[in-house]
Structures are given as structure tokens and as C-alpha cells.
Design a protein around this ligand. Structure first.
Ligand code: PMP
Length: 434
């Protein structure tokens, strides 16, 4: 039987069987025992507004998702070697939400599995080996993906960049070489990719894929400048590579204006990878690609994934899509994202620490600096704010290469009252710590 223990006891016991490689949030970690909508409930009964979890997309423990999973689990759970309506219905629904070119869908169990499969698809189709990524990007926890994640291989414990990996600069309009107000910043940042492709060619290496998020997560909640992906994709394709949009953090309507973040850049990728929100917490991932790419991969070596595409996961995925539509959650993301950004702008007039406010829908970053001219990162200040916000009842996290970006990506079911509560608490905390 599972014994209910207090948070301190659980923390002590955790070290006996859980690796220290797994980190905990907060100086005094929370023991969370229940979730409901945009709220998490701790063992002591306290409710926290969850402004950072982008997995429970339609709200923690949404009753319709719980019901769909339960019902299907009670009837059948098996693999894709049998015909099943759920798999077909789900892949059709997903394909209809994507550009018509991306008609083949694979179901897997995580964002990492999706990106690893995308890499295999790209290599099979192009015959190339090499991968281009953006600096500070994270694409997953498998060996193949640690290798293409500067966030990991360049960080603590990282083994550095491997020969098949090429890192281009982040198009950062706040701190980078080309900044807000430069109408050509997008294509200008993409020129770096042209240079790297030339270097690659010079040593007879061939590109397989360009992995990119259409709004950067680990890079610091950055919105790409207009025209960046169009220019980058053209360069990559001219060199024989395919373009992979990693929508693991940002997909499924979070950006509000569109279902996929890549749509905000007006491009069609060759492969799209999905995870996190896709099953509202049920472990799932997906890859969509052009049928020619899938055909090159079907070279006689079978692809089998024990759990990927099982009827229970497909039921969870279908219900998430239904809820996004029925509860008009893209509209909520659009409206409340704008509302929050306006709220931050008002706060910026009183709090000099706020240097930059950016985002798409409910994918928002607020960058804190000690000086609006030098842009000196205010990492310690942000850490203290995030800790104090927890005490005030709001869960957040820090992000970015300088750890000075407040990361905001709540479930899409938050309300205007939740936003008001959050902004009011942030104002109080920043005034107090000021
Ligand atoms: N890609 C991106 C952009 C991610 O943020 C993550 C997870 N943080 C992954 C891939 C990997 O997903 P997962 O943890 O589900 O394997």
C-alpha cells in the first residue's frame, strides 16, 4: 500500500531510489497530490495556480480525458499490428489539422521518441548525416538528441559538439546581432546558416536535417523574427536537407493565432514532431511527414513501437482535440496571452527589472535585466521572484541561457481572473523584493 507521508519525509526517501540526476523545483519542493483545471493542490491542501505546465494543456485531470482513457483501458489496449478505429480516427484528425503535404503520421510515446524518429526519417530520405540546430536548443533525452541539443552538450556534464552537428545562432531580437526594429533581422540571421552549410560542403559532409522550434523554449521563450524560417528552410532545402519543426512545447493551439507555431512563420516543414500537450499528460508523441519521406524510411526494416498508437493513447489524443475545439481554447490562448502581455507592459512601467516582454498566445517570456542599457541579466532576482511567487500561490519557472527569463506557458484553460491574480501577485512580489 502507498503510505501518505509529509513532503520532508518523501524528500528524504526519494534519494534512496531516485537518481540525483532528476532535479526538483523550488528550494522546498512541493508535494502535489491532485490537479484540477489550472490548479495543483498540495498535500497540505494549498491550491497553486499553475502558470508553467504546458503538458496538462486542457487542464489537469480534465474529466473528459480521464473518462476516455478509463473507458478505452477497460475495453482493450493493444498495439498497431491489429486494425483499430481509434488509431485511424486519430491520425486522420491530426492530418486534417496539418498542411495537406504532411499526410503520414507515426504515433510514439514522447517528444524525444518523436524527434529520434524524425532524425531517422530525415537520414533515410536525404542520405545525409549531419544536423543543423539553433544554439541553446533542447530536442530530447535520447542519446541521439543530447548530441543535437546544445542546451545539454554545451552545459554541465556535456561532452561538447560532435562532428555531425552544426550550431547556428539564435535569432534573438533583444540581445542578438540584429534587434527589434530591424525589418530584415529574419533573413539576416538565416545567413549564418548559409555560411555553415558552405563549411559543411567544404569538408564533404551532407546535411540531413534542420531541427527548429518556431518559438524557442529553452532558448528563452523567444519569438522568431518574421521571414527567419522561410529563409532558413530555403537554404537547408537547397543543400538537400529536410526541415523539422519541433512543436513539442508550442503545438496544439498554444500560440492562439494558429494551431501550430510554424504557421506563424508562413512555412510548411517537411516533418513536424509533437509531444507534451498531445495527450494532456498521457505519455504520447507523434511525427507527421510528407509521404515520400515515409516511403524512403519503409526500406524493408520494419518500424515497430510497442506502445505507440495504442487505442488508449489514441482515445486520449482524440479527446484533447475535441476539447481544444469545444472549449475554444485557441481563442482563450490568443485573448489571455494578449491580456497578460498588456499586464506585463503596465508592470514594466513600475518595475525597472522588466527588460523585454515577448510571446505568442500563452507562450510568453519576460526577460529581467539589472540595466535596460547593458542588459545585464537579473538571474538571482528572478530566482527569488519565482520562489516568492510559489509562496504567493503561483507556479512559474526560469528559462534561457542566462536564467533570467520568466517562463509562462499555463494550461490553456486559465481564466481572466487567474491572470489578474497572477499579475497582482507578481506586482506585490516585485515591489517587496524590489
Ligand atoms: N523537444 C522540445 C522542444 C522539448 O521541450 C522537449 C521536452 N522538454 C522534448 C523535445 C522532449 O520531449 P520529452 O521530454 O517528452 O521526451
Amino acid at each position: 500500500a502507498v503510505v501518505a507521508r509529509d513532503a520532508d519525509a518523501v524528500r528524504r526517501l526519494r534519494d534512496r531510489t531516485i537518481s540525483p540526476a532528476l532535479s526538483l523545483s523550488y528550494e522546498r519542493p512541493l508535494k502535489i497530490v491532485a490537479g484540477e483545471g489550472a490548479y495543483l493542490i498540495a498535500a497540505d491542501g494549498r491550491r497553486y495556480l499553475d502558470m508553467v505546465n504546458n503538458v496538462c494543456h486542457v487542464g489537469h485531470c480534465h474529466p473528459r480525458v480521464v473518462e476516455a482513457i478509463t473507458r478505452q483501458a477497460a475495453r482493450l489496449n493493444t498495439n498497431t499490428r491489429y486494425l483499430h478505429d481509434n488509431l485511424i480516427e486519430y491520425t486522420q484528425r491530426l492530418a486534417r489539422l496539418l498542411p495537406s503535404e504532411l499526410s503520414t503520421v507515426f504515433l510514439v510515446n514522447s517528444g524525444s521518441e518523436a524527434n529520434d524518429l524524425a532524425l531517422r526519417l530525415a537520414r533515410a530520405y536525404t542520405g545525409g548525416t549531419d544536423v543543423m540546430v539553433l544554439d541553446h536548443a533542447y530536442h530530447g533525452n535520447l542519446s541521439s538528441l543530447i548530441d543535437i541539443s546544445p542546451y545539454k552538450f554545451d552545459g554541465k556534464g556535456g561532452a561538447g559538439r560532435r562532428r555531425h552537428v552544426w550550431v547556428t545562432e539564435m535569432p534573438d531580437l533583444y540581445r542578438g546581432r540584429f534587434r527589434y526594429g530591424d525589418a530584415d533581422a529574419g533573413p539576416r540571421y538565416a545567413e549564418k546558416i548559409t555560411t555553415l552549410l558552405r563549411d559543411m560542403n567544404g569538408i564533404s559532409r551532407r546535411i540531413a536535417a534542420f531541427f527548429v522550434e518556431a518559438a524557442l523554449g529553452c532558448g528563452g521563450q523567444l519569438v522568431l523574427p518574421g521571414g527567419y524560417l522561410a529563409a532558413a528552410f530555403a537554404e537547408i532545402r537547397a543543400a538537400g536537407g529536410v526541415c523539422i519543426a519541433d512543436e513539442v512545447q508550442i503545438g496544439f493551439g498554444r500560440v492562439g493565432s494558429d494551431f501550430w507555431a510554424f504557421e506563424t512563420q508562413g512555412v510548411v516543414p517537411d516533418i513536424v514532431t509533437m509531444g507534451k500537450p498531445i495527450g494532456n499528460g498521457h505519455p504520447m508523441g507523434a511525427v507527421a511527414c510528407r509521404p515520400e519521406i515515409a516511403a524512403a524510411f519503409a526500406n524493408g526494416m520494419e518500424y515497430f513501437n510497442t506502445f505507440g498508437g495504442n487505442p488508449v493513447s489514441a482515445a486520449a489524443g482524440l479527446t484533447v482535440l475535441d476539447i481544444i475545439r469545444d472549449e475554444r481554447l485557441m481563442h482563450n490562448a490568443d485573448a489571455l496571452g494578449a491580456y497578460l502581455r498588456d499586464g506585463f507592459k503596465a508592470l514594466a512601467e513600475r518595475h525597472a527589472l522588466i527588460g523585454d516582454i515577448r510571446g505568442l498566445g500563452l507562450f510568453i517570456g519576460v526577460e529581467l535585466v539589472r540595466d535596460r542599457e547593458t542588459l545585464e541579466p537579473a538571474a538571482g532576482e528572478l530566482h527569488a521572484i519565482v520562489e516568492a511567487m510559489k509562496e504567493a500561490g503561483v507556479l512559474l519557472s526560469t528559462e534561457g541561457p542566462h536564467h533570467n527569463v520568466l517562463k509562462i506557458k499555463p494550461p490553456l484553460v486559465i481564466t481572466r481572473e487567474d491572470c489578474d491574480f497572477f499579475l497582482e501577485k507578481l506586482d506585490e512580489v516585485m515591489t517587496r523584493l524590489g
